[in-house]
Design a protein around this ligand. Sequence first.
Ligand code: IPD
Ligand code: CA
Ligand code: CA
Length: 262
Amino acid sequence: MDKADYLAWAEEAALRAGRFLKENLARPRHISHKGKIDLVTEADPVAERLIVEYLQEKAPDIPILAEEIFKTSPEGLYWLVDPLDGTTNYAHRFPWFGVSIALMEDKKPLVGVIYHPMQGELFKAARGKGAYLNDRPIRVSEVSKPEEALLATGFPYNVHDRPERVVAAFKDFLVRVQGIRRAGAACLDLAYVACGRFDGFWEALLKPWDTAAGVLLVEEAGGRVSNYLGEEYHPFQKHVVASNGGLHPFMLEITAKYLPEE
Ligand code: IPD
Ligand code: CA
Ligand code: CA
């Protein structure tokens, strides 16, 4: 098996789940709570099942670590799956959500696919083979001045209990950059850094399935990814900074002051 097969399977799995999510966005839904503001709709496990069934059929020996149902230990070769990234948006019918699938080897993403069904955009990357949007190569932006930068971020689910550092970091960025977006789907934020629509992204307390595919995309598109301190990032870390590279030192100046509290 080579990376092209894995990539094609991840792509097809993401398309299947994405189509289902798009078709069901307008339907009435039942929302349950994993935490105070951490939601799950009935669409999350269905989308996940579509992905898991397909990947298990294609690669029965590769275990799956998926957000809602399937768990495995993060060792060797395994899939990391977020069937619906942007659940709060989905629950409110705000049409901004993605499907994120990565093939991992230990803590390293080898292949990553992010699908944005409402826009018909499929982002993909394989390590050493570049990053693509709908089969066209993508690159990070060349913006180097903070005042010309459009950044993205998100707020962790514990923000009601621990807002201080999140808000302080947000404020420090806000007064230095051109704009900040909090669109609500971390995988899309990362994909947008990879294709140069955003110049940088930072967020704390994300889960490995939120970032695995996206960080590979950013790296393969020529960008830089680290933790808040500038150290090497892997998707099991608690904080991430992704940028076009040129803005990275500026972003770290701020993030290094605000390591998250659990
Ligand atoms: C969430 C989204 C959001 C981010 C949250 C994530 P979910 O994932 O990526 O943008 O701010 O921290 O947990 O729960 O919608 O899959
Ligand atoms: Ca997620
Ligand atoms: Ca999710």
